[in-house]
Design a protein around this ligand. Structure first.
Ligand SMILES: *Cc1c(COP(=O)(O)O)cnc(C)c1O
Length: 235
């Protein structure tokens, strides 16, 4: 995808976010767009950066290390780690990312906290909830959310910021609505916005529905950068 296409994709996504927010009676600026750049080359990230995008999401620790190194000259660029993370990669990620979206165990939280402690500011974390009860996906069961929230709050180096989910694949965006609503209910039942200001939910296919249900962060890859190849293409 050439830089022009990235600019166009980004502008389409911004228009979708704006329209959805207005329909829902929400302030568009209250929704943060995370541009998910996994498998896409550094040049595509630079193209989005030139259009004013500042927050980028990556899924693989090694890819994050490589791209953050290649793009270290872009002042103000922020990396979010949105993928599943093994504790043994916590050190790499805690040294680069400003936020980790998919914390789903106390073990991972402890590892991140330990490696985040030398940072000047705490590492922001979200708890991933397995809203669809799918064994193939990460995330904690809704019943286990309260204990993990407390564990994170008592872990030095971390700052608890909210909840994140990847709903089951459904034929239509509307199918994701009950799962987004469930994440918001969990937020409301566990301290509400004061304790959990961020709801990271909604991707290319369902970002409108997610915004209607209260998303404050949407993670969008395909609609900005184009389809991802099955393999290869890491630049
Ligand atoms: C890849 C990915 C996205 C982006 O998905 P698209 O459908 O391409 O917008 C969002 N969140 C996570 C956790 C991802 O892995």
């Amino acid at each position: 995808m050439d830089p022009h296409d990235v600019a166009q994709g980004l502008s389409n996504v911004r228009a979708r976010i704006d329209a959805a927010a207005r329909r829902a009676g929400r302030e568009p600026a209250s929704i943060t767009l995370v541009a998910v750049s996994k498998t896409k080359p550094a040049s595509a990230i630079e193209a989005a950066f030139r259009e004013g995008q500042r927050v980028f999401g990556e899924n693989y620790a090694q890819e994050l290390v490589e791209k953050s190194g290649a793009l270290a000259h872009l002042a103000g660029l922020e990396w979010h780690f949105v993928g599943r993370l093994q504790s043994n990669k916590a050190k790499l990620v805690a040294g680069i990312a400003t936020m980790v979206h998919a914390v789903d165990s106390e073990k991972l939280a402890r590892a991140l906290g330990r490696h985040a402690e030398p940072r000047p500011s705490p590492l922001d974390v979200l708890v991933e909830v397995n809203v669809g009860g799918e064994s193939s996906k990460g995330g904690v069961a809704p019943d286990d959310v309260p204990a993990l929230l407390s564990a994170i709050e008592s872990t030095p180096g971390l700052r608890l910021r909210g909840l994140m989910s990847i709903p089951p694949h459904t034929e239509s965006a509307e199918g994701a609505r009950p799962f987004h609503r469930a994440l918001r209910s969990l937020r409301d039942a566990n301290g509400g916005e004061a304790r959990l200001p961020i709801l990271s939910m909604g991707m290319t296919d369902d970002l409108e529905v997610a915004i209607e249900e209260g998303a404050t962060m949407v993670r969008v890859g395909t609609a900005i950068f184009g389809a991802r190849g099955v393999r290869g293409s890491v630049g």
